[in-house]
Structure formats: structure tokens, C-alpha cells
Design a protein. Structure first.
Ligand SMILES: C[S@@+](CC[C@H](N)C(=O)[O-])C[C@H]1O[C@@H](n2cnc3c(N)ncnc32)[C@H](O)[C@@H]1O
Length: 270
């Protein structure tokens, strides 16, 4: 396996990328009732339900070392060394854009967990329009190959039309790219940027120049004038989307409610 990119950029990840409870609630809802879960591109383990067994799949040793619980399989999504239908649900959070073959990896999720797949990704055009750090300071991030993966690709590959918005709280604990939208000075901290792959993959000199502009805009009040409406809201939809897919409701699930199963069946019939 090629040295995974997160071996280089994942150091200190767990410190800035803690699961946010409000985002966790969005992710856990469609996992309710799943007893065996596989988390692909699991990183340090954010958003894994704590009350059920979860098998993590993660290619980077640096990320695996930051996990607090096991079991973990070192592998890539595109080739899961797991049996067909071994799981009730497959989870993939903010990882599909890193995969060399997103469609291949998503087909693998369907193979190992045909009943349910839950994937957190984003609507790229909405994200690029609304996320001010990217739009006004580091538009180069939008040019990275990983940014071409968006919700339409994920929903299409999983055959799902159940796409749920996941707004970002103003004090989001999970420090992904848009997380600090109401705390702009956070982006000036190199360790915050180091836990965001879009920054970590950019030329450091370009990033420094962009951050100098942000610091100047914060000092002069230009940032506040441009983003005034954001200061009045507590959460905002930047385009993060949860795709929920699966070919059948929770047939074998003793804990899933009949309502859950009916809703799920309706959604899956489209
Ligand atoms: C932004 S992190 C997200 C980690 C975790 N899901 C979370 O929400 O904190 C992206 C993860 O995807 C992993 N990754 C990269 N390429 C992968 C691949 N081809 N298959 C599976 N995981 C991959 C990285 O090593 C990294 O841990």
C-alpha cells in the first residue's frame, strides 16, 4: 500500500478533530438499530457509536495510533478485506474525497453492508459559494482533485435520494475546513490548519500569505463587514450533506422500531 497521505498530515488530528455532538446526532439517526457497523476511513474514531461493536478500516498508521478503541483493519476503502454482507451498516465520514477510486470504494461499502450506508460529504458548489475561508482566502483548496468529489457522485454511486443537510454549529468541536466560520482567528493557528487536509496539502508560503490577508482583514474590520450576517446565527448550512442509502430496511433488527423500518422502506423505494 502506498504511504497514506494522513501518515504525514494526520499528526495531532485527534486534538482538533473531536466529534461534535450535534453532528453525531445526524450521523447516529440512520444507524439506529444497526448492530454491526464498519467505519471506513475511520481516522481516530470520531462518530463511531460507543454502545455497539464497530470495526474500523483505516489506511494510515498515524491515524490508527490515535484511536482509543479497536478493532481496526489497516486497508483502503477500494479493497475492503471483509466478507459480503458482514455488517448491518457502513459509515464513512469526510473521507470519500481522499479515495483514489470513490465509486469503487462506495461499491465496497454496498458489498459489505448492503442494508445501509451512511456517508458524510458535501455539496461542492454550495460549499465553494458559502465557505468564506475557501472563497475569499484559499480558493486553491477548491482546485485540489479531492474537491471534485461531491454529494451527487456519492448519492449516485449509492443509488440514494435521501440526502440530509448537516448544518455546522458556531462552536463546532470537529475542526474541519468550515468549522471555524464564526471564530475566524482560529485559522491563524498553524496547528488548527494542520488538522485540515485542504490546508495541509497546499504550498505553505501561499497559506502564509492568505493568513496574513485574513489577519489584516480582521484588524481592519473588513472581515466583519463582509460576514456580518454570519455573526447573527448560531449554525449555518455550508453544504455538508449526509447521504443515507441501503437496499432494505432493518429486517433482522430486534431494536429498530417498526416506524424506523417503514420510513426506511419508503425512502429506499424512492
Ligand atoms: C478527514 S479524515 C476523517 C477521519 C474520520 N472519519 C473522522 O471523521 O474524523 C479522512 C480519513 O480518510 C482516510 N483515507 C484516506 N484515503 C483512504 C482510502 N483510500 N480508504 C479509506 N480511508 C482513507 C485518511 O487516512 C483519514 O484518516
Amino acid at each position: 500500500m502506498e504511504a497514506p497521505v494522513y501518515d504525514a498530515i494526520g499528526r495531532g488530528y485527534a486534538r482538533h478533530r473531536m466529534p461534535d455532538p450535534r453532528i453525531a446526532a445526524h450521523i447516529e439517526a440512520p444507524l439506529a438499530g444497526a448492530r454491526r457497523i464498519v467505519n471506513v476511513g475511520a481516522g481516530a474514531g470520531s462518530y463511531e457509536p460507543a454502545d455497539r461493536p464497530v470495526v474500523a478500516v483505516e489506511p494510515s498508521r498515524t491515524m490508527i495510533r490515535q484511536r482509543e478503541r479497536g478493532p481496526v483493519v489497516q486497508a483502503v476503502a477500494e479493497r475492503l478485506p471483509l466478507r459480503d454482507a458482514a455488517f448491518d451498516a457502513a459509515l464513512a465520514v469526510l473521507t470519500v474525497h481522499h479515495w483514489s477510486d470513490p465509486e469503487g470504494g462506495l461499491a465496497e461499502l454496498r458489498r459489505v453492508a448492503p442494508a445501509r450506508q451512511v456517508v458524510l460529504t458535501w455539496d461542492a458548489p454550495v460549499f465553494h459559494r458559502r465557505c468564506w475561508i475557501l472563497r475569499d482566502y484559499v480558493p486553491e483548496i477548491a482546485e485540489q482533485a479531492s474537491e471534485s468529489v461531491d454529494v451527487s457522485l456519492v448519492a449516485g454511486a449509492l443509488g440514494s435520494d435521501d440526502v440530509r443537510p448537516v448544518p455546522v454549529p458556531h462552536d463546532c468541536r470537529d475542526g474541519f475546513l468550515a468549522a471555524y466560520w464564526r471564530r475566524p482567528t482560529a485559522y491563524l493557528d498553524p496547528s488548527v490548519r494542520g488538522a485540515i487536509s485542504g490546508f495541509a496539502k497546499l504550498d505553505p508560503e501561499r497559506v502564509e500569505r492568505a493568513m496574513a490577508r485574513l489577519a489584516a482583514d480582521l484588524d481592519s474590520g473588513a472581515w466583519e463587514r463582509r460576514n456580518r450576517e454570519l455573526l447573527e446565527v448560531d449554525e449555518f448550512d455550508f453544504g455538508y450533506r449526509l447521504v443515507v442509502a441501503g437496499e432494505s430496511p432493518w429486517e433482522a433488527d430486534p431494536r429498530g422500531s417498526a416506524d424506523d423500518a417503514r420510513d426506511s422502506a419508503k425512502r429506499n423505494r424512492g
